[in-house]
Design a binder for this molecule. Structure first.
Ligand code: ADP
Length: 318
Protein backbone atom coordinates (compact mmCIF):
# COMPACT_ATOMS: atom_id res chain seq x y z
CA UNK A 1 0.00 0.00 0.00
CA UNK A 2 1.35 3.43 -0.77
CA UNK A 3 0.93 6.62 1.14
CA UNK A 4 2.04 10.20 0.73
CA UNK A 5 2.73 10.51 4.42
CA UNK A 6 6.16 10.16 5.94
CA UNK A 7 7.42 10.48 9.45
CA UNK A 8 10.84 10.39 10.96
CA UNK A 9 10.03 7.03 12.44
CA UNK A 10 9.01 5.66 9.08
CA UNK A 11 12.25 6.76 7.52
CA UNK A 12 14.30 5.15 10.26
CA UNK A 13 12.26 1.98 10.61
CA UNK A 14 10.50 1.55 7.30
CA UNK A 15 8.55 -1.70 7.17
CA UNK A 16 9.70 -4.32 4.70
CA UNK A 17 8.08 -3.77 1.29
CA UNK A 18 6.59 -7.24 1.29
CA UNK A 19 4.70 -8.37 4.31
CA UNK A 20 5.75 -11.54 5.99
CA UNK A 21 3.56 -14.56 5.38
CA UNK A 22 0.85 -12.56 3.69
CA UNK A 23 -0.86 -15.66 2.40
CA UNK A 24 -0.09 -18.13 5.17
CA UNK A 25 -2.84 -19.40 7.48
CA UNK A 26 -3.14 -16.99 10.40
CA UNK A 27 -1.24 -17.79 13.60
CA UNK A 28 -4.07 -16.24 15.59
CA UNK A 29 -7.60 -15.64 14.47
CA UNK A 30 -10.04 -13.84 16.74
CA UNK A 31 -13.69 -13.30 15.79
CA UNK A 32 -16.29 -11.08 17.46
CA UNK A 33 -14.70 -11.39 20.87
CA UNK A 34 -16.89 -10.05 23.65
CA UNK A 35 -16.07 -10.00 27.35
CA UNK A 36 -18.69 -8.87 29.82
CA UNK A 37 -17.52 -9.02 33.43
CA UNK A 38 -19.94 -10.08 36.18
CA UNK A 39 -20.56 -6.49 37.19
CA UNK A 40 -21.76 -5.77 33.64
CA UNK A 41 -18.58 -4.01 32.39
CA UNK A 42 -18.24 -4.78 28.69
CA UNK A 43 -14.46 -4.70 28.43
CA UNK A 44 -14.26 -6.16 24.90
CA UNK A 45 -17.11 -5.37 22.55
CA UNK A 46 -16.62 -7.45 19.43
CA UNK A 47 -12.93 -7.65 18.54
CA UNK A 48 -11.96 -9.35 15.28
CA UNK A 49 -8.38 -9.66 14.04
CA UNK A 50 -5.93 -12.03 12.42
CA UNK A 51 -2.23 -12.23 13.17
CA UNK A 52 0.12 -13.77 10.62
CA UNK A 53 2.84 -16.24 11.53
CA UNK A 54 6.10 -14.48 12.36
CA UNK A 55 4.40 -11.14 12.85
CA UNK A 56 4.80 -8.81 15.82
CA UNK A 57 1.52 -7.10 16.65
CA UNK A 58 1.42 -4.29 19.20
CA UNK A 59 -1.82 -3.41 20.91
CA UNK A 60 -2.17 0.22 21.99
CA UNK A 61 -5.00 1.96 23.77
CA UNK A 62 -5.87 4.24 26.66
CA UNK A 63 -6.03 2.87 30.20
CA UNK A 64 -9.16 0.84 30.70
CA UNK A 65 -9.66 0.35 26.94
CA UNK A 66 -9.70 -3.44 27.24
CA UNK A 67 -6.16 -4.46 26.21
CA UNK A 68 -5.41 -6.72 29.18
CA UNK A 69 -8.85 -8.27 28.98
CA UNK A 70 -8.18 -9.06 25.33
CA UNK A 71 -4.79 -10.66 26.05
CA UNK A 72 -6.13 -12.64 29.02
CA UNK A 73 -8.79 -14.14 26.79
CA UNK A 74 -6.18 -15.00 24.17
CA UNK A 75 -4.19 -16.89 26.77
CA UNK A 76 -7.29 -18.75 28.09
CA UNK A 77 -6.98 -17.08 31.47
CA UNK A 78 -10.41 -15.53 30.96
CA UNK A 79 -13.34 -17.20 29.25
CA UNK A 80 -14.90 -14.97 26.57
CA UNK A 81 -18.59 -14.13 26.90
CA UNK A 82 -18.90 -14.81 23.18
CA UNK A 83 -16.79 -15.02 20.05
CA UNK A 84 -14.03 -17.36 18.95
CA UNK A 85 -10.26 -17.61 19.27
CA UNK A 86 -8.14 -19.90 17.14
CA UNK A 87 -4.42 -20.26 17.80
CA UNK A 88 -2.36 -22.16 15.21
CA UNK A 89 -5.39 -24.14 14.17
CA UNK A 90 -6.54 -24.98 17.71
CA UNK A 91 -9.84 -23.71 19.12
CA UNK A 92 -8.66 -21.88 22.24
CA UNK A 93 -12.04 -21.94 23.95
CA UNK A 94 -12.67 -25.66 23.43
CA UNK A 95 -9.08 -26.74 24.13
CA UNK A 96 -7.46 -24.20 26.47
CA UNK A 97 -4.84 -26.63 27.81
CA UNK A 98 -3.66 -27.52 24.31
CA UNK A 99 -3.50 -23.88 23.27
CA UNK A 100 -1.56 -22.89 26.37
CA UNK A 101 1.17 -25.29 25.32
CA UNK A 102 1.61 -23.27 22.13
CA UNK A 103 2.14 -20.02 24.01
CA UNK A 104 4.64 -18.25 26.16
CA UNK A 105 2.83 -15.78 28.35
CA UNK A 106 4.07 -12.75 30.24
CA UNK A 107 1.21 -11.37 32.33
CA UNK A 108 1.28 -7.74 33.39
CA UNK A 109 1.41 -8.47 37.11
CA UNK A 110 3.72 -11.49 37.06
CA UNK A 111 6.07 -11.94 40.00
CA UNK A 112 9.33 -13.83 40.39
CA UNK A 113 10.59 -16.24 43.05
CA UNK A 114 13.24 -14.09 44.65
CA UNK A 115 15.00 -16.88 46.54
CA UNK A 116 15.75 -18.97 43.47
CA UNK A 117 18.79 -18.37 41.32
CA UNK A 118 18.29 -17.39 37.69
CA UNK A 119 19.10 -20.93 36.56
CA UNK A 120 16.88 -22.58 39.20
CA UNK A 121 13.99 -20.26 38.36
CA UNK A 122 14.10 -21.00 34.64
CA UNK A 123 14.65 -24.74 35.12
CA UNK A 124 11.77 -24.92 37.58
CA UNK A 125 9.42 -23.27 35.12
CA UNK A 126 10.70 -25.34 32.22
CA UNK A 127 9.82 -28.50 34.19
CA UNK A 128 6.47 -26.96 35.07
CA UNK A 129 5.86 -26.45 31.34
CA UNK A 130 6.37 -30.16 30.83
CA UNK A 131 9.97 -30.27 29.58
CA UNK A 132 12.06 -33.27 30.66
CA UNK A 133 14.96 -32.63 33.03
CA UNK A 134 17.43 -32.68 30.15
CA UNK A 135 15.29 -30.44 27.98
CA UNK A 136 14.81 -28.03 30.90
CA UNK A 137 18.55 -27.74 31.45
CA UNK A 138 19.19 -27.12 27.76
CA UNK A 139 16.29 -24.66 27.38
CA UNK A 140 17.44 -22.75 30.47
CA UNK A 141 20.98 -22.49 29.13
CA UNK A 142 19.72 -21.17 25.77
CA UNK A 143 17.31 -18.69 27.29
CA UNK A 144 19.90 -17.31 29.75
CA UNK A 145 22.24 -16.69 26.81
CA UNK A 146 19.48 -15.04 24.77
CA UNK A 147 18.55 -12.82 27.71
CA UNK A 148 22.16 -11.68 28.10
CA UNK A 149 22.20 -12.94 31.69
CA UNK A 150 24.99 -15.51 31.55
CA UNK A 151 27.01 -13.77 34.27
CA UNK A 152 23.93 -13.75 36.52
CA UNK A 153 23.22 -17.48 36.10
CA UNK A 154 23.85 -18.35 39.73
CA UNK A 155 22.66 -15.11 41.32
CA UNK A 156 19.45 -15.02 43.29
CA UNK A 157 16.61 -13.42 41.33
CA UNK A 158 15.92 -11.18 44.35
CA UNK A 159 19.33 -9.54 43.87
CA UNK A 160 18.71 -8.59 40.23
CA UNK A 161 17.77 -5.14 38.94
CA UNK A 162 14.21 -4.41 37.81
CA UNK A 163 15.27 -4.66 34.17
CA UNK A 164 16.99 -8.01 34.69
CA UNK A 165 13.90 -9.40 36.44
CA UNK A 166 11.79 -8.25 33.53
CA UNK A 167 14.10 -10.14 31.21
CA UNK A 168 13.64 -13.23 33.40
CA UNK A 169 9.88 -12.94 32.98
CA UNK A 170 10.25 -12.77 29.20
CA UNK A 171 12.65 -15.70 29.46
CA UNK A 172 10.01 -17.73 31.29
CA UNK A 173 7.63 -17.04 28.42
CA UNK A 174 10.28 -18.07 25.89
CA UNK A 175 11.14 -21.42 27.49
CA UNK A 176 10.56 -24.30 25.13
CA UNK A 177 10.37 -21.92 22.15
CA UNK A 178 6.59 -21.59 21.99
CA UNK A 179 5.38 -20.48 18.56
CA UNK A 180 3.31 -17.65 20.08
CA UNK A 181 4.43 -15.12 22.69
CA UNK A 182 1.77 -13.01 24.42
CA UNK A 183 3.40 -10.20 26.38
CA UNK A 184 1.35 -7.73 28.41
CA UNK A 185 3.35 -4.50 28.64
CA UNK A 186 6.72 -6.23 28.65
CA UNK A 187 8.76 -3.06 29.15
CA UNK A 188 6.58 -0.87 31.34
CA UNK A 189 8.70 0.96 33.91
CA UNK A 190 12.04 0.05 32.35
CA UNK A 191 14.66 2.64 31.51
CA UNK A 192 15.26 3.21 27.77
CA UNK A 193 18.47 1.12 27.64
CA UNK A 194 16.86 -1.88 29.33
CA UNK A 195 13.81 -1.48 27.11
CA UNK A 196 16.05 -1.77 24.08
CA UNK A 197 17.66 -4.89 25.53
CA UNK A 198 14.19 -6.41 25.92
CA UNK A 199 13.37 -5.49 22.31
CA UNK A 200 16.47 -7.40 21.24
CA UNK A 201 15.27 -10.46 23.14
CA UNK A 202 11.86 -10.24 21.47
CA UNK A 203 13.43 -9.70 18.03
CA UNK A 204 15.59 -12.76 18.50
CA UNK A 205 12.54 -14.82 19.39
CA UNK A 206 10.87 -13.59 16.19
CA UNK A 207 13.96 -14.44 14.13
CA UNK A 208 13.77 -17.92 15.62
CA UNK A 209 10.20 -18.22 14.31
CA UNK A 210 7.89 -16.92 17.04
CA UNK A 211 4.82 -14.79 16.51
CA UNK A 212 4.37 -12.05 19.10
CA UNK A 213 1.35 -10.16 20.40
CA UNK A 214 2.16 -7.51 22.96
CA UNK A 215 0.50 -4.56 24.56
CA UNK A 216 2.47 -1.44 25.25
CA UNK A 217 2.31 2.00 26.74
CA UNK A 218 5.13 3.21 24.56
CA UNK A 219 4.48 4.57 21.10
CA UNK A 220 8.14 4.11 20.14
CA UNK A 221 7.94 0.46 21.12
CA UNK A 222 4.95 -0.07 18.85
CA UNK A 223 6.67 1.77 15.99
CA UNK A 224 10.03 0.06 16.27
CA UNK A 225 9.10 -3.45 17.23
CA UNK A 226 5.86 -4.29 15.53
CA UNK A 227 4.79 -5.11 11.99
CA UNK A 228 1.22 -4.05 12.65
CA UNK A 229 -0.45 -2.02 15.34
CA UNK A 230 -3.94 -2.46 16.75
CA UNK A 231 -5.60 0.36 18.63
CA UNK A 232 -8.25 -0.65 21.16
CA UNK A 233 -10.58 2.01 22.48
CA UNK A 234 -13.62 1.39 24.69
CA UNK A 235 -13.45 -2.34 24.05
CA UNK A 236 -13.30 -2.09 20.26
CA UNK A 237 -10.45 -2.52 17.83
CA UNK A 238 -10.79 0.84 16.12
CA UNK A 239 -7.70 0.50 13.91
CA UNK A 240 -5.38 -2.28 12.83
CA UNK A 241 -2.60 -2.00 10.28
CA UNK A 242 0.96 -1.03 9.46
CA UNK A 243 2.12 2.43 10.44
CA UNK A 244 1.62 3.52 6.81
CA UNK A 245 -1.92 2.22 6.82
CA UNK A 246 -2.72 3.97 10.08
CA UNK A 247 -1.18 7.24 8.93
CA UNK A 248 -3.24 7.10 5.76
CA UNK A 249 -6.33 7.46 7.96
CA UNK A 250 -5.43 11.03 8.86
CA UNK A 251 -6.91 13.62 6.56
CA UNK A 252 -4.97 16.45 8.21
CA UNK A 253 -1.45 15.18 8.03
CA UNK A 254 0.65 18.17 9.07
CA UNK A 255 1.14 19.11 12.67
CA UNK A 256 2.02 22.58 13.97
CA UNK A 257 3.34 22.72 17.52
CA UNK A 258 3.60 26.16 19.00
CA UNK A 259 4.13 27.97 22.26
CA UNK A 260 3.35 31.40 23.56
CA UNK A 261 6.80 33.08 23.74
CA UNK A 262 5.54 35.47 26.40
CA UNK A 263 4.47 32.62 28.66
CA UNK A 264 7.27 30.05 28.91
CA UNK A 265 5.27 27.94 31.35
CA UNK A 266 2.28 27.59 29.02
CA UNK A 267 1.63 24.16 27.50
CA UNK A 268 2.58 23.45 23.93
CA UNK A 269 -0.38 23.81 21.59
CA UNK A 270 -0.98 21.59 18.59
CA UNK A 271 -2.93 22.18 15.41
CA UNK A 272 -3.38 19.87 12.42
CA UNK A 273 -3.57 21.04 8.81
CA UNK A 274 -4.27 19.35 5.49
CA UNK A 275 -1.11 20.57 3.75
CA UNK A 276 2.24 22.18 4.42
CA UNK A 277 1.00 25.35 2.69
CA UNK A 278 -2.05 25.47 4.95
CA UNK A 279 0.21 25.07 7.96
CA UNK A 280 2.41 27.97 6.77
CA UNK A 281 -0.67 30.11 6.20
CA UNK A 282 -1.82 29.41 9.73
CA UNK A 283 1.59 30.36 11.12
CA UNK A 284 1.47 33.66 9.18
CA UNK A 285 -2.12 34.43 10.11
CA UNK A 286 -1.55 33.79 13.80
CA UNK A 287 1.87 35.53 13.69
CA UNK A 288 3.46 32.58 15.48
CA UNK A 289 7.11 33.06 16.36
CA UNK A 290 7.90 29.81 18.20
CA UNK A 291 6.58 26.88 16.26
CA UNK A 292 7.48 23.75 14.35
CA UNK A 293 5.72 22.10 11.41
CA UNK A 294 6.10 18.35 10.99
CA UNK A 295 4.46 15.45 9.23
CA UNK A 296 1.92 13.75 11.46
CA UNK A 297 3.06 10.67 13.38
CA UNK A 298 1.53 7.56 14.88
CA UNK A 299 0.93 9.59 18.01
CA UNK A 300 -1.27 11.95 16.02
CA UNK A 301 -3.21 9.03 14.53
CA UNK A 302 -3.74 7.69 18.02
CA UNK A 303 -5.00 11.07 19.16
CA UNK A 304 -7.30 11.41 16.18
CA UNK A 305 -8.79 7.95 16.66
CA UNK A 306 -9.06 7.71 20.44
CA UNK A 307 -9.58 11.37 21.24
CA UNK A 308 -6.90 11.04 23.91
CA UNK A 309 -3.29 12.16 23.81
CA UNK A 310 -0.80 9.33 24.13
CA UNK A 311 0.92 9.13 27.54
CA UNK A 312 0.69 12.89 27.97
CA UNK A 313 -2.04 15.33 28.75
CA UNK A 314 -0.26 18.30 27.26
CA UNK A 315 -1.51 18.02 23.72
CA UNK A 316 -4.33 20.22 22.66
CA UNK A 317 -6.23 20.27 19.44
CA UNK A 318 -7.85 23.25 17.77
P1 ADP B 1 -6.54 -1.95 29.76
O1 ADP B 1 -5.67 -3.15 29.82
O2 ADP B 1 -6.71 -1.40 28.37
O3 ADP B 1 -6.15 -0.88 30.74
P2 ADP B 1 -8.55 -3.67 30.98
O4 ADP B 1 -8.77 -4.79 30.06
O5 ADP B 1 -7.69 -3.89 32.18
O6 ADP B 1 -8.03 -2.40 30.16
O7 ADP B 1 -9.96 -3.14 31.50
C1 ADP B 1 -11.03 -2.86 30.61
C2 ADP B 1 -12.25 -2.48 31.42
O8 ADP B 1 -12.70 -3.63 32.14
C3 ADP B 1 -12.01 -1.38 32.46
O9 ADP B 1 -13.18 -0.62 32.56
C4 ADP B 1 -11.76 -2.17 33.72
O10 ADP B 1 -12.11 -1.41 34.87
C5 ADP B 1 -12.71 -3.35 33.54
N1 ADP B 1 -12.27 -4.57 34.23
C6 ADP B 1 -11.07 -5.18 34.15
N2 ADP B 1 -11.04 -6.30 34.89
C7 ADP B 1 -12.25 -6.39 35.47
C8 ADP B 1 -12.87 -7.34 36.36
N3 ADP B 1 -12.22 -8.41 36.79
N4 ADP B 1 -14.15 -7.12 36.73
C9 ADP B 1 -14.84 -6.03 36.29
N5 ADP B 1 -14.33 -5.11 35.45
C10 ADP B 1 -13.05 -5.29 35.05
Amino acid sequence: MSTTLQTTSQIAFAPAPERRNDHAAPAVSVRDLVKRYRDGTEANRGITLEVRPGEVVAILGPNGAGKTTFLRQLTSELLPTSGSINVLGVDAIAEPARVKKLMGIMPQDAGVFERLTVREHLEYFARFKGLSKREAVAATRDVIAELGLVSETNRRVGALSGGQRRRILIGLAMLGRPPLLVLDEPTTGLDPATRRAVWQVIRRAVSAGSTVILSTHYMEEAERLSDRIGIISEGKLIAFGTIDELLARLDRSYRISHRDPLDPLADERVRYCKSFAAAQQYVGRERLSEYSIARASLEDVYFELTGEPFDTDETERD
